[in-house]
Write a protein that binds this ligand. Structure first.
Ligand code: NOJ
Length: 556
């Protein structure tokens, strides 16, 4: 068993735009994060991942970078960054930044140059193709954010590729000069003292030879066909290995890839330590287990499928083959308690149950800001209230197809990533204490009920449960490294699993439903002490209350 800090720590993700505004412009910023480090310390945070903080015109809220070695104006400046990092170090925290290297902003000076002429030195930093002889686009690739993935450039009379918006041109990783630029950027930040990178859509950096058409088929949602086709190109692992040799191996750092289009069999190729690429990759499969790609919105959760995904990844990446991750929410998803739990009468119980799942699997858990408060989806009542470029593009298409605003909002209100981005709820004051100005995105109206101040004071809060769980995981290494065994693979209602490790064996009992459920313990299993639970009482009597979660020591 190879122990590492990035296995033992959990990762807390901050979406800086929505975390804390220090200067009243309505947008979260770096000094705002610095102000709230003690809150994070109180929770038990040791590793922080910040969504992009680099200079950006914000077409996709920072996932379109125009200068990788400078700070976004709205977030502050390099002095603010240095101060934040120093304050983190004082508190024993580590910082992971977001490397957006599949694409840049079209406002990056590389692209500004590249688009000028075919012989510009930066031309090969991007991917260009001419139209077909009949005038049609180079291929059938679609942007993940709607519309063709090709944009015309008049000066050169050809098209550049953008798998996201037209303001996010894809970088050409075939070009060694471009790769060197990226590695230099990584060194720049490591030398400043950061501890790692989360790598945005990293499976897309190597494109299939000849850029062949996506083979769409009726049995699969278009989004899945696209992402599977764009991911895991022929030179991907060569590039990641090179990145490891050129950069990562020189630091005691962590690296995690956003594993879009990655299944367990490919996943192991990213993280097998012998291959010297990344430490971790995070997958999407479980998040899709209640997505209704046809109708939009969410459908009932296929918990059996959900648990199979966890098992498949656990089996594909055993101890010697690397390390896994797990998350229930991030800035691209709906709020986890609204999606996988019950954000109404069992909000607190189900948020605690989900927290128990997240923090007791054999993984590095990723907790998204506000999850520790049990923050819920925000009711949006007009398209005017929305900001996200993806959602707004989808709305245009929806309208063109004759859809109404009302119907569109139904999808938005169940399944859009805007919910994750609404401001953090700090207190019950105006704008939930997030800003003294006008918040850039709607504040969830339930902030008088759900907020950090209240949660910190209430011993029964989701926050205090997280705190206890985080400590429990830290104190029981078996909950981190112990072998995982799913005891209820065929149940739609219960999730019971054991963890067997050097310092002890544990049983985790989770009721996934809002009804009381029976569970018969395997006869050979003897339960010891209850380490944590979300209801009163220390014993298991064969029944689990709605969304009940219990973690026991196993004594026999
Ligand atoms: C994945 C990021 O998580 C998402 O927020 C972003 O819009 C796309 N990549 C494009 O960078």
């Amino acid at each position: 068993m190879q122990r590492n800090w990035w296995k033992e720590s959990f990762v807390y993700q901050i979406y800086p735009r929505s975390f804390m505004d220090s200067n009243g412009d309505g947008i979260g910023d770096i000094p705002g994060i610095t102000q709230k480090l003690d809150y994070l310390k109180d929770l038990g945070v040791e590793t922080l991942w910040l969504s992009p903080i680099f200079k950006s015109p914000n077409d996709d809220n920072g996932y379109d970078v125009s200068d990788y070695c400078d700070i976004m104006d709205e977030f502050g400046n390099m002095d603010d960054f240095d101060e934040m990092l120093a304050e983190m170090k004082k508190r024993g925290m580590r910082l992971v930044l977001d490397l957006v290297a599949n694409h840049s902003s079209d406002e990056h000076h590389w692209f500004q140059e590249a688009k000028k002429s075919k012989d510009n030195p930066y031309r090969d930093y991007y991917i260009w193709r001419e139209a077909n002889p009949d005038g049609s686009l180079p291929n059938n690739w679609q942007s993940i954010f709607e519309g063709p993935a090709w944009e015309y450039n008049e000066a050169t009379d050809d098209y550049y590729l953008h798998l996201f918006t037209r303001k996010q041109p894809d970088l050409n990783w075939e070009n060694p000069k471009l790769r060197k630029e990226i590695y230099d950027i990584m060194h720049f930040w490591f030398k400043k003292g950061i501890d790692g990178f989360r790598m945005d859509v990293i499976p897309f950096i190597s494109k299939r030879e000849g850029l062949p058409d996506v083979p769409y088929n009726d049995n699969e949602p278009a989004m899945i066909s696209q992402t599977n086709w764009y991911a895991n190109g022929p030179r991907l692992h060569e590039f990641l290995h090179e990145m490891h040799e050129e950069v990562l191996k020189h630091y005691d750092c962590m690296s995690v890839g956003e594993g879009i289009g990655v299944g367990p069999d490919d996943g192991v190729l990213y993280v097998d330590p012998e291959r010297k690429e990344l430490n971790m990759v995070y997958y999407f499969d479980h998040i899709y287990s209640n997505r209704d790609f046809k109708e939009g919105g969410l459908k009932d959760i296929d918990w059996i499928g959900f648990k199979k995904i966890i098992r498949d990844w656990d089996e594909a990446i055993p101890e010697e083959k690397g390390w896994n991750t797990f998350y229930l929410g991030n800035h691209d998803q709906v709020r986890s308690v609204s999606c996988f739990g019950n954000d109404k009468e069992y909000r607190v119980e189900s948020a605690k149950m989900l927290a128990t799942m997240l923090l007791t699997l054999r993984v590095t858990p990723y907790v998204y800001q506000g999850e520790e408060l049990g923050m819920t989806n925000t009711p949006f009542s007009s398209v005017e209230e929305l900001n996200d470029v993806w959602i707004l593009n989808e709305y245009e298409v929806f309208k063109e197809n004759g859809g109404s605003e009302e119907d569109f909002l139904k999808h938005v209100n169940t399944a859009s990533r805007e919910h994750a981005r609404t401001p953090f709820l700090w207190n019950d004051k105006e704008h939930a204490g997030f800003t003294t100005g006008k918040p850039w995105l709607k504040v969830n109206p339930n902030y008088t009920e759900i907020n950090a101040v209240k949660a910190q004071q209430d011993p029964g809060s989701v926050f205090n449960f997280y705190k206890e769980l985080i400590k429990l995981r830290k104190d029981h290494k078996g909950l981190i490294y112990g072998l995982y065994n799913d005891l209820t693979p065929d149940s739609q209602e219960l999730f019971v699993f054991s963890r067997k490790g050097i310092d002890g064996n544990y049983l985790i009992l989770l009721n996934l439903t809002d009804k009381e459920k029976e569970y018969v313990l395997p006869s050979e299993l003897g339960l010891g002490k209850l380490l944590i639970g979300n209801y009163e009482g220390n014993n298991f009597n064969g029944r689990l209350k709605p969304y009940q979660a219990m973690v026991f020591e196993i004594v026999a």
